[in-house]
Design a protein around this ligand. Structure first.
Ligand code: ATP
Length: 308
């Protein structure tokens, strides 16, 4: 469906993308997982022709994007990270505006807009102004706007940022339904749980490079880490954590009330870890060993947390 070769983009001296290659199959839901500033939006902007790369080539269904721009653009839908809606217009009026830009008119536009509002669970609010909508509802209308022209591939740039867990779930359900209908999607996120739940294949991106790619199982199998030790504590004493951070450099994620240690042999590492926690005056509430998550894989590959 989509092939991108050697995409490179710099903003003055900053290299935002460096030799990015992507091959996305029809019907695939591909997740691009990376921290803020990794290059996700730049990639999507380039793939959807909003931004020209310095180097590289892009093909949709075998056709070069820039040599077949109008034809390729019909295939593409984009859900931008920033909500692109008029606050003083209703949902229907906003969709009418976007539909007209795509060249959809009259009854067709009305029908498509009603169908999408129904699909996104917003039919009963369709005549209300966008400014009365919650953040999650606005995000759903943002998705509807990208689907009006029946694209074959949709780019979703962090579509759940800044919304509550319930609205996030509604968006996941919409994405899962679109996936089951065979729509090809590229989904960017810095939440590993989203990539784990939704995506067939995940590309981990950092500092403008795709540093690992595969299904969740493949990424786990290729990692030297096998498990995670999760340790919950009630009294983090920030001044006393040096021994822990020194001993487990590049293996340890320290949060407000818990730590996660990536490990190839959790049972063998546990006694020393508990001893060091005791020396660091951490009062332990709970210890458990879990299977590997993308967070640890990211830590292993980059030496830093996804949420830094
Ligand atoms: N128009 C621009 N001018 C200069 N630098 C830019 C511009 N757009 C992006 N950058 C820089 O390029 C790098 C990649 O940015 P990009 O927005 O693609 O990352 P991202 O992974 O989408 O991050 P986020 O999740 O924060 O949007 C960052 O260092 C960013 O500051």
């Amino acid at each position: 469906m989509l092939l991108a070769k050697n995409l490179t983009k710099s903003y003055k001296e900053l290299t935002a993308l460096s030799d990015v290659n992507l091959s996305i199959e029809k019907g695939e839901l591909y997740g691009m997982l990376g921290p803020n500033g990794a290059g996700k939006t730049t990639t999507i902007s380039i793939l959807s022709s909003l931004l020209k790369p310095d180097n590289g080539e892009i093909f949709y269904e075998g056709k070069n994007l820039y040599q077949n721009l109008a034809e390729c653009k019909k295939l593409i839908g984009v859900v931008p990270q920033e909500i692109a809606l008029y606050d003083d217009l209703s949902a229907t009026e906003n969709l009418k505006f976007w539909g007209t830009l795509y060249g959809i008119k009259g009854k067709n536009l009305q029908k498509k807009s009603d169908e999408l509002l129904e699909f996104l669970g917003l039919a009963d609010r369709k005549n209300h102004k966008i400014k009365t909508y919650s953040g999650g509802m606005k995000r759903r209308i943002n998705i509807a706007a990208a689907l009006l022209h029946d694209p074959k591939i949709v780019f979703m740039d962090e579509p759940t940022v800044g919304i509550d867990p319930q609205s996030r779930n509604l968006i996941f359900e919409v994405i899962e339904e679109l996936h089951s209908r065979g729509l090809t999607m590229i989904y960017t996120t810095h939440y590993m749980e989203e990539a784990e739940r939704l995506c067939d294949r995940i590309g981990i991106i950092d500092e403008g490079k795709i540093i690992a790619e595969g299904s969740l199982d493949e990424l786990k199998t290729n990692s030297s880490i096998k498990e995670e030790i999760h340790l919950k504590y009630s009294n983090p004493n920030k001044n006393k954590l040096d021994q822990l951070t020194d001993r487990y450099k590049g293996q340890l994620l320290l949060n407000e009330d818990h730590l996660i240690l990536s490990s190839s042999q959790a049972n063998a590492e546990l006694p020393e870890l508990i001893q060091l926690c005791s020396k660091s005056e951490l009062l332990l509430d709970k210890v458990d060993i879990r299977s590997l998550s993308l967070e640890s894989i990211f830590l292993e590959l980059t030496g830093k947390s996804l949420r830094d």
